[in-house]
Design a protein around this ligand. Sequence first.
Ligand code: ADP
Length: 622
Amino acid sequence: MKKQFKAESKKLLDLMIHSIYTNQEIFLRELISNASDAIDKLYYLSLTNKEIKLKKKDFKITLAIDKKARTLTITDNGIGMNQEELEENLGTIAKSGSSLFKEAMEKKKNIDIIGQFGVGFYSSFMVASSVSVTSRKYDSEKAYTWISSGVDGYQIKESKKDTIGTEIVLTLKEGEEYDSFLEEYIIRKIVKKYSDYISYPITMNVTHRHKKENSEEYEEHTEEETLNSMIPLWKKEKKEIKEEEYQQFYHDKFFDYEDSLHTIHSSVEGKCTYTTLLYIPSHAPYDFYTKEYEKGLQLYANGVLIMEKCKELLPDYYSFVKGLVDTSDLSLNISREMLQQDKNLELIAQNIEKKIQKELTTMLKEDREKYEKFFTAFGMQLKFGIYNSYGMKKEELQDLLLFPSSKEKKFVTLQEYVSHMPEKQDKIYYACGETVDKIDLLPQVEALKEKGYEVLYFTDYVDEFVAQVLNRYQEKEFVNVADSQVDLDTEEEKKELAKQNEELKDIFTIMKDTLKDQVSDIRLTHRLKNHPVCLTSEGNVSLEMEKVINAMPTDEKIKAKAILEINANHEIRKKLETLYHENPSELEKYTKILYAQARLIEGLPIENPTEISNLVCEVIAR
Ligand code: ADP
């Protein structure tokens, strides 16, 4: 009975069958990679299961060509599949590579990216008109065959197989372009190109022709040859590896369709001996900010994969790093629990953390453009690293941070900021807001720029929390420009301001009564240049924090202690005095408008927009 593919799978399959993709040869890479995975699984089991008699040297992948029948056969003696697994694995779209592929397809609408994905088993339909998979699971006597000629469905029936493992027979499509997959030398080339580092032998019977001795006739003899060198990429000498090879490996293993931004390949010998091959992606994977994203590195013990995602090897703030570790200091059949307590693993993890930090520091120094690209993609992680560790990781991470600044609205490091500081400046000033351009227009920023001070622009909601955790950088305190304590006046100016504030005391009392508990104080200020008013805050909770915390989906609500500051040199001051003497009821209306203006500039909502709008109209209409 014929069964139907699931809708998703059908779409992908259809795409494969009709693909005019030029690199169709990658189907072989996919099938070999599946075969190698299946062997890995059985080999791993064999370490603890005495029933499995196969030794490492017995494992292999075999390719066979039959020109007459137009078939190419790929056989492995790996773990095999039972009936349910054939159904489950080949009837539905696989989780890993293929769904990522679909995602990218939808985004880019470009068939050329097929090659950069682990599109898996279905890629065989790019070259084959029919595919049969016969498999016998390692612990079973029974074998089953799955067979399909494409989108119209597949069949599974019981069959016979003497040995455990899987045999895949591709009947190639008619046409010259497919004939090449029946040529030994082409197959050899494809294996060399994509699967050279597969750690099991990939063999093929190769026919050699010789001239017979003392005769014009030829004689043929066939010999089994191993096509791959079996040296994993990371075990090759660094200078022998081309950048394309690193990238090809990255695409295959870590399912990214773009090249990585940075590659770190290093070997360590000493207390613990290991090799790492790490990649920093050039962009955040689509699921990076979801719960599904799992950090971790592949862990190999002497070339054998023992864990796909070892999370102990990476701190959270480097969770974007992809790659692998191969060590000779771990036993092959170590359990998950044992692994967590393993001292060698801990040491490796510490070294990896240091190595990544060092590489990033070097990148920041030597290739600023590249570093900024990195930071735009993953800088948030570093900030979380400081915040979530309550500052314990401050030393490691603070010099890797970048913030846009008022100078050229470009990224600066904290170190650069401090080096720009004029002598009289003793604090690090920052301002918060949605975008760099919006912050740049804040009245409080204006005054500092006027003084020749640089201001850091915090546009991520974690930024101010990070500054709080850091508290100081090189002894310099972080201060929000909207903090009421920010004080750039000379002693004389201060005295003068205090005097003026005293004169306006009665006016401010009326204004405060109007605004009730919305503000904790009203006062004149010198911090504004052209703007009439601004809001500042007093104490630990800034207006920005009030905004961020109140936007979180918890019941916790906080309130900043807001202060309405009025520009001492602005005409509005005189107006307030006149109103107070001539028309006190009008003073209330002006107060409400001024307060609403200050909130708008800060990017804060106003509670009574209709009332304010009516008041403004009333004033305009006069
Ligand atoms: P992926 O390899 O990305 O999971 P595939 O479509 O290539 O996707 O394969 C789907 C699944 O079928 C694999 O995850 C594996 O469980 C199973 N499979 C494929 N080929 C083999 C094989 N030669 N031996 C055992 N299982 C296999």
